[in-house]
Every structure is written in C-alpha cells, then in structure tokens.
Design a protein around this ligand. Structure first.
Ligand code: GLA
Length: 390
C-alpha cells in the first residue's frame, strides 16, 4: 500500500471518517555545502522522493490529536498548553510530538490561525539518517495548518517557521537548509540557496548522472548536543577573528587567504571547524561553475574533498560512513561520495554515471557488508517537488 493510502486508511480507522485533506512533504539529500547553512554559506540540496504523508481534518474540539503510524503512538495537545510542552493530561510531550507542537507554537507566535486538527501521519524518510525526517514533518504540519487556517505563505516563509520550531521549541540550533529543501523542492532540479540572502535558484540535474543514497543504518540523535557544539565553535571563530576583521558577521565573510593568515589566533579545535566552513563555502561556489560546465569529474572531486574535511576537520563522521565512502570511491562510475547531512551516522550521497548506477549500487552494498557485517540500504533517488497539498 502507498503511504498516501496508508494514512487515509489509518485516519478512517481512528477517526471513523475520511480525512478532509492529505499533504506530502519530502526529505532532502544535500550534494554540497555541509554545515555551512548556519554560517551564511551556500547549499546544494535536492528534495527526494521520500516523504512524510499527513492525512488531516479540522477537529471539532480544541484538541489537536495526532497519530504517528510508524510509532503506533497518539498524542493530544491544545494551543493553550503549547508553551508548557505538555499533552492534554499534563504529561511532557514525547520527543516525536515536539515537532508538530513546535510548528503549532511557531505559527501561533507569528499570529497565524491554527485551528485544532485531527491527523495521522507516516514517513519513509528514516529518522536520524541525515535525510531530514524532522524538516519533512515540520513542513507537512505547516502546510496542514495553512490549509485549515486560511492563510497563504510562500514556501520560504513556511520553511522559516519550521526552522523556528526546531530552533526554539525542539532545541536544535539548525540552519535553514532542510526546511528550505522540503518546502521549495522541484522535480528533477537541484536547489541552490544562498543562506545569507535566502535567494535561491534551481539548476537542471545532469541527465547522465544518478544520485544514490547509501544508508549505513547507523542512527544518531541530532539533539545530542554535538551539532550545537559545532555551531558554537563557528561562532567562537567569528568572535576571535573579528578582533582583526571588525566587519565580519559570519565565516562567509572570511576568504581562505585571509583565514590562513589569521588561523593561528584560533584555538586548535575552533580552527579546524572554521577551516572546514571556509573551504566548504569556497567548494560550493566552485561547484556551481562546474555544474554549469557539466564537469562532473571535477564536481565529484569536491564531494570527496568535502567528506575528508567533515571527517578530519569537522569531525562529524563515524567509521561506517568512512567505509561506505571509501568503498564507493573505489568503484567504477563513481564521480564522488561523501556523508550527507549533519553526520554522526546516517547516509552518504554518491554522484554516479547513470549507466553504471545499478552495478555501482550492488557492488557498494556488497562491499559495505563485507567490511562491516551489516547490509546497508541503497537507493537511486530522484529530485522531487516540495511540500504540497495532494
Ligand atoms: C542538519 C541541519 C541543517 C544543516 C545540516 C548540515 O541537517 O538541520 O540545517 O546544518 O545538518 O549541513
């Protein structure tokens, strides 16, 4: 059964009638520009063909009641208890419910109408896999409340509200990339966002490459604090560099030459983190030129460099991700491979010659299993549309 059919059937089962609406909001995979969105850099994600599906209707009561199909759990909360982060009985909200409740809270803060709703949702974006399952949930709920609330915001505004929910309610100090990709995705197009100006454009995905996601099946919790610590390191670098460069507001303002000149002023760990960011922003600028020229060989090399940098400088890789990447990089047809998303587990992204995609996928699965003893999950993904009312 498709996920759409599943949420409709489960909604009927729980609420005794058909849902009024269904929305779909995709996860994303990022090709280049990792850990730079919160440093005002550039990112190159696509929205993928895996998504959260949410079936919903306006509720007759003041309670929003949600059923998470994948967890077989249900929760009720109301606009009145949002700040307390409790459910209808006064118990603290479980982690999964913080995302929809956080969205409701952010919309309320923005003065938008948030009628109570009854909803059932499911997702095939694996949690903690680096594919933005949480942004997909957030974007599905923003769209649901937009549908019931009678207001209409452009996708980027919806993305910013989802980010606010995640930053201020869930407590992860993430950037805008994930919500942006989930809200603004376009079929068969790569997205290019300037995270400072929030200007974005789309580029055609070259037809002779495949984007392959390889899931190590190792999971991380983004709330673990490591992510927020990386961000704090970047902010510390800016504070110190500002003594010499008073005009800077983020690492985006520091080019590599200037950074090299001043790097010795930074504590070692801060220097490594900041070097990754400065070099990654340069890579992402270069990447656009290479894509426009159709030079996939050089583009792929940037992915490989990005992985080495995330492993050695930003220190967000794990051995299984390194294994997945090194097996991939040794295979025919592979232009480039690297971990994608925040790191600490999850998936790699591989840019591969399309005619070799199937052979590559089988060889990668076999090679990874031989080295780790675990079978991975590997799939060729396509760039999909952003969050939409079905
Ligand atoms: C997570 C965050 C994003 C971004 C990536 C790393 O996915 O939600 O904002 O920082 O990590 O690039």
């Amino acid at each position: 059964m498709s996920l759409q059919a599943t949420v409709i059937a489960k909604f009927r089962e729980h609420f005794g009638e058909a849902p009024a609406h269904v929305v779909r909001a995709p996860g994303r995979v990022n090709l280049l520009g990792e850990h730079v969105d919160y440093n005002d850099g550039f990112v190159l994600p696509i929205a993928i063909d895996r998504a959260t599906w949410l079936a919903f209707s306006r509720s007759d009561t003041d309670q929003t009641t949600l059923r998470a199909v994948d967890l077989s759990e249900e929760i009720s909360f109301s606009s009145a208890t949002l700040s307390a982060k409790t459910d209808a009985t006064g118990k603290p909200l479980p982690t999964w419910a913080l995302y929809p409740a956080g969205v409701m809270w952010a919309l309320k803060e923005a003065g938008l109408a948030i009628p109570a709703l009854s909803g059932v949702y499911t997702s095939d974006v694996p949690q903690g896999s680096g594919l933005s399952s949480s942004a997909a949930v957030e974007m599905a709920f923003v769209l649901a409340w937009q549908t019931l609330g009678g207001w209409n915001l452009p996708p980027m505004e919806r993305a910013l509200l989802g980010k606010k929910a995640e930053n201020k309610y869930v407590g992860v100090n993430s950037g805008i990339m994930d919500q942006f990709a989930s809200a603004c995705g376009e079929q068969d197009r790569l997205l290019h966002l300037d995270c400072r100006s929030l200007e974005w454009q789309t580029l055609p995905l070259p037809s002779d490459i495949a984007i392959i996601v390889a899931d190590t099946k190792m999971r991380r919790a983004l709330t673990s604090g490591e992510y927020n610590r990386r961000r704090a390191n970047c902010e510390e670098a800016v504070r110190i560099l500002r003594e010499e460069l008073p005009g800077i507001t983020s690492l985006r303002d520091v080019d590599l030459e200037t950074f090299n000149r001043l790097a010795s002023r930074l504590p070692e760990r801060v220097e490594k983190r900041a070097r990754h960011v400065v070099e990654e922003i340069e890579r992402s600028v270069h990447a656009i030129l290479l894509l426009e020229q159709g030079d996939m060989v050089e583009f792929g090399k940037l992915l490989n460099q990005c992985h080495a940098s995330l492993r050695d400088l930003y220190e967000v890789s794990i051995p299984e991700l390194d294994t997945m990447v090194s097996v991939a990089q040794s295979l025919p047809g592979c232009y480039g491979a690297r971990l994608t998303g925040a790191g600490f587990g999850g998936c790699t992204v591989n840019v591969v010659a399309r005619e070799q995609a199937d052979a590559f996928s089988s060889a990668l699965a076999a090679g990874y299993e031989v080295q780790t003893g675990f079978p991975p999950e590997i799939y060729i993904c396509s760039a999909s549309r952003g969050a939409e009312l079905i």
